[in-house]
Design a protein around this ligand. Structure first.
Ligand code: 5GP
Ligand code: ZN
Length: 130
């Protein structure tokens, strides 16, 4: 990654090479679950569970490691949205049902796509993973 790219990542601009920026801008198609001006939710292409979708901010943030206080409201919106969409997508209600919310961070955290996202997984078990 060049210094220019590093700066653009740090400043939260879309990265030309970022898969989820391309999904957020519609350059790469996705099966949309929800969209507003700040967030996009779409089905994971390789689901582990009967319900498995991702919620991303439209702004490029590489991971939780880059999160600062300026992102407080955005992260709050993502977390408030997750339970609502989980039920809409067919997860059964708490406590019998429920769902798992996961954010992988960095290589040892299992992160493959370096644009912040939360996985929301649920539905009847067994699941493929998790
Ligand atoms: P991570 O390992 O970074 O936490 O998760 C990345 C997730 O993105 C994986 O679960 C993977 O299946 C999903 N994914 C990777 N490429 C695409 C894609 O092009 N479209 C969609 N919808 N999901 C993708
Ligand atoms: Zn991005």
């Amino acid at each position: 990654m060049s210094n220019v790219d590093k700066h653009r990542h740090a400043s939260g601009e879309a990265s030309d090479n970022c898969l989820f920026c391309k999904i957020a801008s519609g350059k790469i198609p996705s099966r949309k679950v929800y969209e507003d001006e700040a967030l996009l939710a779409f089905h994971d292409i390789n689901p582990w569970a009967p319900v498995h979708f991702l919620i991303i901010p439209k702004v490029h943030i590489a991971s939780m490691a880059q999160v600062t206080l300026e992102h407080e409201a955005l992260l709050g919106r993502m977390m408030v949205l997750a339970p609502r969409l989980a039920l809409e997508q067919g997860c059964r209600p708490y406590p019998e049902g429920g769902y798992r919310i996961v954010t992988n961070t960095g290589a040892e955290g299992g992160q493959e796509v370096h644009h912040l996202h939360i996985h929301v997984m649920g539905g009847p078990r067994p699941w493929l993973r998790g």
